[in-house]
Ligand binder design. Structure first.
Ligand SMILES: [Zn+2]
Length: 376
């Protein structure tokens, strides 16, 4: 009797050992073949390739500081390093030190011959977000930041109908209030909290923050601080775990328009912490761990010299240059990609659908093509 028990125990232990060894192996390669089940789209408004790939830009910092003490400025000292790789790691330690090293890849570094462009010619926010979210530039219809309902159905709506999700399983959190109109074609189809908007929660701290957002105004009428957007987003994700989440951060763009390069850097550094925070949550939850695809991008670039970095418009070439990062347990590329065909923002929707084994052409046959080279 005892001998039999021992044999069973030994068998169980061997099985357990094999299971652990196998799951460890798959965690190491971080590669699976079945599509992930959760989707997170994140946009960082108007973040240039210059800062993303090379960190603090010395000449821009120098000229934006009107006094002569730029070199002793604590922010400069904390972010400066001689090489672009070291500077970007200081500015975005999580993005470069963790995500791009172990989990995902990024395209759009011109110095590596990698090009990611806007198809729309306007090069400001509504056209940029709409191109990302619908898979098409619609320059004739979308030519302002006016608060009009998106004339075309979006990628978020595509996931919602493909996966048969209810209202609360597709969620949008945004600092800029116009995202409310860009995110959906059919008004009211998903949960949206954008701009200075109340957010209700059972958590008393979050309720307090919801009130506080109206007392801590930004210099911009239609944009709240990213800290509130992020706090409400995290609370919602913890409570509802939506299958589809769109987090839209805005401060990086608004500080640039105000010529505050120091605040742009601080906002981007803070956004990196938010990315880490969200990733930690998704990786600590059993349902979403290695079961989520993250796509991170921006709605437009900006001017690329010390006189025009604050602006973005149809006259500035730098404003059409964007970048795109993807973290998916099904894609094996890591770090900076190069040698791929030039890609455009209108391909993001089809590519997101492709990663989940879906065909975006079923919603819009004229959308930009999926980036099939990512599957090779
Ligand atoms: Zn802007």
């Amino acid at each position: 009797m005892i001998a039999l028990d021992r044999r069973i125990l030994q068998y169980l232990l061997t099985t357990l050992f094999l299971f652990l060894a196998l799951s460890h192996a798959s965690a190491e390669t971080n590669h699976r073949t079945t599509p992930p089940e959760y989707f997170v789209l994140i946009t960082l408004d108007g973040v240039r390739d210059i800062e993303l790939f090379a960190g603090l830009h010395q000449e821009t910092f120098k000229t934006s500081k009107k006094d002569k003490s730029w070199e002793t400025d604590p922010l400069y000292q904390s972010l400066w390093a001689p090489s672009p790789e070291a500077r970007r790691l200081k500015l975005m330690p999580f993005f470069w030190g963790e995500w791009m090293k172990k989990h995902g890849f990024v395209m759009g570094n011109p110095s590596k011959g990698s090009s990611v462009m806007l198809r729309n010619r306007h090069r400001f926010s509504y056209p940029g977000y709409s191109e990302i979210l619908t898979g098409q530039a619609r320059d004739k219809i979308i030519h302002s930041n006016d608060e009009i309902q998106n004339p075309a159905p979006t990628l978020l709506e595509f996931f919602k109908s493909s996966w048969n999700l209810n209202h609360d399983q597709t969620a949008v959190f945004a600092s800029w209030q116009t995202i409310r109109f860009i995110s959906e074609h059919r008004h009211g189809s998903m949960f949206i909290n954008a701009g200075h908007a109340s957010y209700s929660s059972e958590n008393p701290l979050i309720q307090q923050l919801s009130k506080l957002q109206f007392e801590t105004k930004t210099p911009w009428d239609s944009v709240r601080h990213d800290a509130y957007t992020m706090a409400f987003c995290k609370d919602y994700v913890t409570q509802h775990l939506p299958r589809v989440l769109y987090l839209s951060l805005g401060e990086t763009d608004d500080w640039a328009h105000d010529s505050r390069y120091d605040r742009v850097l601080q906002a981007l550094h803070q956004s990196d912490k938010y990315l880490q925070d969200l990733w930690s949550f998704y990786q600590s939850n059993e349902q979403t761990r290695d079961n989520t695809c993250f796509i991170i991008t921006t709605d437009h670039g900006r001017g690329d010299n010390i006189y025009n970095w604050m602006h973005h418009n149809d006259k500035l070439d730098g404003a059409k240059r964007i970048w795109l990062a993807i973290i998916s347990p099904t894609l094996k590329q890591r770090g900076e990609l190069s040698g791929h065909p030039e890609i455009f923002a209108d391909q993001i929707a089809s590519t997101a659908a492709m990663i989940f084994g879906l065909n975006y052409a079923q919603q819009d046959p004229d959308a930009g093509e999926a980036m099939r080279f990512l599957l090779e």
